[in-house]
Design a protein around this ligand. Structure first.
Ligand code: HPA
Ligand code: ZN
Length: 324
């Protein structure tokens, strides 16, 4: 099964590129940029990756990305993950990135975009790995700031596939971002949002109704509302479920008790992703292997999940047909 899962062409629709920063690269970039890290060693950093909740993780996530300063750093970050993912049989990644987290530190949007777009091109050329670009906004920061970044990104609009909404979910409902998402729609960008990870099922409905998203990132708390499940079923809205992330952030107690089998039983459109692989115990292959162990899924189940992902991915039609 391990060989089958590695060789199965896989797509992930929910990956934060800053969350793919392995401690080894974090230390190398810290040294290159003269930045002091709060850890004495790679092992000490890894030992700190124990989280009580989403906020506990976000604190280390934002601290880790402080080593990213130059165009080359963003390129190296993304290529490091793309190469690893490619050896795991990943053929497509829809990549979230968090411009506000870097702009706040004085890094320009041009530095971020040129590094990431160069890595995307390189992955497509040398790894046969396609990459979708999702510019994500931090929901615990003001909506006006998000709108400002979206306008600043005008030179890059045609290279973006979608905008997203991430960071601390509780008390930051989708409604706060209606203007930003309307503007993205006007520009012609697709829209996705994290909802129903730590936040309530009602945030999923809000994201669908007010932000007109085509995809819900996480969404597992939909099971707390029959109305929300019904809606997701009727529309067959994709959920990007991240099993190892949910365990790491204590959204669920253990993988054996994860609602993935229940979500599939309801007939929902499920895909599997790694979210922040450097922090949550592994990439897309590790997530597949963990599901096989916990749920005993057979080969057909994994084939179906990846067909869902490839069908819904931000990928040109001709490549989609090749991958399916
Ligand atoms: N949830 C919300 N925001 C995030 C996450 C997540 O799982 N990962 C990176 N930013
Ligand atoms: Zn996420």
């Amino acid at each position: 099964m391990q060989d089958f899962l590695r060789s199965l062409p896989k797509a992930e629709l929910h990956l934060h590129i800053e969350g793919s920063l392995e401690p080894e690269l974090m230390f190398a970039l810290a040294e290159r940029n003269g930045i002091k890290l709060p850890y004495a060693s790679v092992d000490e950093a890894k030992a700190a990756y124990q989280f009580d909740d989403l906020q506990g993780f976000l604190n280390l996530y934002f601290q880790g990305m402080s080593v990213l300063c130059h165009e080359q750093d963003f390129f190296d970050l993304a290529m490091d993950y793309f190469k690893r993912a490619s050896t795991e049989g990943v053929v497509h990644i829809d990549m979230h990135f968090d411009p506000q987290a870097h702009i706040q530190r004085g890094i320009t949007l041009d530095v971020i975009m040129s590094g990431l777009l160069r890595a995307k091109q390189e992955a497509e050329r040398s790894l046969d790995l396609s990459v979708g670009m999702i510019m994500a906004f931090l929901r615990d920061r003001p909506a006006e700031e998000a709108l400002d970044v979206l306008e600043q990104a005008a030179p890059y609009w045609d290279q973006l596939d979608a905008i997203g909404l991430d960071s601390a979910e509780r008390d930051h409902p989708p409604a706060k971002f209606v203007k930003v998402f309307n503007r993205a729609k006007e520009i012609g960008l697709a829209r996705v949002a994290h909802a129903g990870e730590e936040g309530p099922a009602s945030y999923i409905l809000e994201a669908l109704d007010l932000l007109d998203v085509c995809r819900i990132d996480h969404g597992i708390r939909c099971l707390e509302s029959d109305e929300v499940v019904e809606r997701l079923y009727e529309q067959q809205t994709v959920l990007t479920v991240c099993p190892l992330s949910n365990v790491s952030l204590k959204v669920v107690d253990e993988l054996n008790g994860h609602p993935l089998p229940a979500l599939l039983d309801k007939g929902l459109n499920i895909t599997i992703s790694s979210d922040d692989p450097a922090y949550f115990g592994g990439g897309l292959l590790a997530n597949h292997l963990a599901c096989e162990k916990a749920f005993g899924w057979d080969e057909d189940a994994f084939i179906a999940l990846n067909r869902n992902a490839i069908t819904e991915a931000f990928v040109p039609k001709s490549r989609r047909e090749d991958l399916l």
